[in-house]
Design a protein around this ligand. Structure first.
Ligand SMILES: Cc1cc2nc3c(=O)[nH]c(=O)nc-3n(C[C@H](O)[C@H](O)[C@H](O)COP(=O)(O)OP(=O)(O)OC[C@H]3O[C@@H](n4cnc5c(N)ncnc54)[C@H](O)[C@@H]3O)c2cc1C
Length: 525
């Protein structure tokens, strides 16, 4: 058993920011960050656009950013949280710059502020089209300098330790005492006892297979919190990105930024028709949700596996200057955008809901905190405003740090049981896990994806029930490994998405169910 003051699950923007702040302020305390892959692998690393924050107090204002966020959230944001996050944003960005983050500047040496869909002003701070990479690089470099952070790569958190693991107790109030963690290299399960635990494990795009998220985004933290009986909400609000590069493979897809459509690219079907105008007079510049639904509907009504982004008429040198990594990635996949159309599909991009937290990042379980994409803070409501998510991760990491500063946690004297896998055997046939994962992803894409309907959701729910039983049998009888854990977690979060979708009897924000509106363009009844 390892004992620590603070345990953090995840090494993206949320987890690393919290670790740095705790380590800086409490040099004698021990911080363990576990992360299930290479230390940099995270949604954070792939963020392209930037971080929204008000720096231009003449042309822009906190009020305008608040208003834009509330409009995107379609009535479900928590105004107090929105105000807090937006007002604290610039300080968090300044802090990142002090730690070494390099954001683009204009000729006057001021921050070069970008504008994205839904923002009424220029306020997106960025580093070319690789902002997330720059943030992750900065945070990891700072972590390296802090000796009281122990960053354990290839360590997969399996389950939170709560009263449920002490079989003799019938808890009135739940507390978290740390987590069981699989060392993926030695295949052993270690017990990490912690005074407080923070889940910063990111999103769940892999549940859909077609996703802009990397392979690590399997909703683990949310599933663990759900099993521990924490409150989880707004799971029906999955944001789909309309244009992810489709290469015929089932795995992660590279994101083709919406700015490419803003730059003048056309959306075409295989026949070459610009189909968007059949749905919305703004054509390619319709909102993200409408473009996603339209592409989804075109694909489902025809034979084609994808639609296409046509950039061949654009100034390619200018394109390369604006979107160097998009240009390069396409080229690496034999797509020369000067001549070829880019095959695209909508892909799961961002989860607006998650583990419910208060303004200090506290979950409904004592000593358990959550921040970043896995959490539901009230900032995004029914739809996230572009570039507000990194902002949320940075601000809530700071809030959790402040809470810990004012309320130093104490060490429990409880005896924590070690992981017990007596009676289980090694799973010999790992193909079965791949098959079940693909089955789950197809189910979610088809019946709980961009456009949903109640009948399909009910069908998906009973199919998922079968998958759940099969996965639980595998879990009960076999030694845990990463794939089995991830499958179990994806089944859990899929259940939450489907059940919470069925409960939402309206169309709102990013959620769209055909039963509540016949027209793809209509948001509500
Ligand atoms: C392609 C892309 C572009 C984006 N562009 C933008 C943008 O321009 N602006 C913006 O604001 N947002 C953007 N986002 C969203 C944003 O990147 C994420 O919401 C944000 O980075 C989430 O940060 P996080 O720290 O919460 O999670 P992540 O950065 O995803 O980090 C989660 C960490 O948890 C680890 N982990 C997960 N499960 C376990 C486990 N069981 N055990 C141990 N470790 C685990 C992961 O390995 C990872 O290290 C984009 C996302 C993508 C995918």
């Amino acid at each position: 058993m390892i004992e620590t003051d603070f345990l953090i699950i995840g090494s993206g923007a949320a987890g690393l920011t919290l670790a740095i702040k705790l380590a800086d302020a409490f040099p004698k305390k021990k911080i363990i960050v576990v992360t299930k892959s290479h230390q940099a692998e995270s949604n954070t690393k792939y963020a392209q656009g930037g971080v929204a924050a008000v720096f231009d107090l003449e042309g822009d204002s906190f009020e305008k950013h608040i208003e834009d966020t509330l409009i995107a959230g379609d009535g479900l944001c928590d105004r107090k949280v929105v105000e807090m996050v937006i007002k604290e944003g610039p300080n968090r960005l300044r802090e990142l710059m002090e730690w070494g983050a390099r954001f683009d500047t204009n000729a006057k040496g001021e921050l070069d502020l970008g504008k994205e869909g839904g923002h009424t002003e220029y306020r997106v701070i960025h580093h070319k089209d690789t902002t997330g990479h720059e943030i992750e690089r900065t945070l990891l470099a700072r972590v390296e300098q802090l000796r009281n952070i122990n960053l354990l790569s290839h360590h997969f958190a399996i389950d939170l330790i709560t009263e449920h693991h002490f079989s003799d107790l019938e808890p009135k109030k739940l507390s978290c005492y740390g987590a069981y963690v699989l060392d993926q290299i030695s295949a052993t399960i270690i017990t990490i006892k912690a005074d407080t635990t923070t889940i910063a494990s990111g999103g769940l795009g892999m549940v859909y297979g077609h996703t802009t998220n990397p392979a690590v985004a399997t909703g683990d933290g949310i599933a663990m919190a759900y099993r521990a009986k924490a409150r989880i909400e707004n799971m029906e609000f999955i944001q789909f990105h309309p244009t992810a590069l489709y290469d015929g493979k089932k795995g992660a897809s590279f994101l083709i930024s919406e700015a490419v459509r803003g730059f003048g690219a056309f959306l075409r079907n295989k026949k070459g028709e610009r189909f968007m105008f059949g749905y919305d007079k703004r054509g390619e510049l319709a909102s993200r949700d409408i473009v996603s639904r339209t592409i989804d509907s075109e694909i489902k009504s025809g034979e084609d596996e994808s639609m296409f982004l046509d950039c061949t008429h654009l100034d390619i040198e200018e394109f390369k200057r604006h979107f160097p990594s998009i240009y390069q990635t396409c080229l690496e996949r034999d797509i020369d955008i000067a001549k070829d159309w880019i095959p695209v599909v909508p892909a799961a991009h961002y989860l607006c809901g998650g583990v419910v937290v208060d303004m200090d990042g506290r979950t409904s379980i004592d000593n358990l905190f959550a921040c970043g994409e896995c959490s539901h803070t009230g900032l995004h409501g029914a739809n996230r405003l572009a570039s507000n998510s990194l902002l949320e991760a940075l601000v809530f990491a700071d809030r959790i740090f402040n809470f810990h500063s004012k309320n130093p946690p104490s060490r429990t004297t409880k005896r924590i049981p070690e992981w017990d896998d007596r009676g289980t055997v090694l799973l010999k046939n790992s193909k079965i896990l791949q098959q079940k994962t693909i089955e789950l992803q197809m189910l979610m894409r088809k019946y709980a994806g961009v456009v949903r309907n109640t009948e399909d959701l009910k069908g998906a729910s009973s199919h998922l029930g079968k998958l759940y039983q099969e996965t639980e049998v595998l879990y009960q009888n076999h030694k845990l490994n990463t794939e089995l854990s991830e499958l179990r977690n994806m089944v859990n979060v899929s259940y939450l998405i489907i059940e919470q979708s069925l409960k939402r009897q309206e169309n709102r924000g990013g959620y769209y169910n055909k039963n509540y509106s016949k027209n793809i363009l209509n948001q509500t009844l």
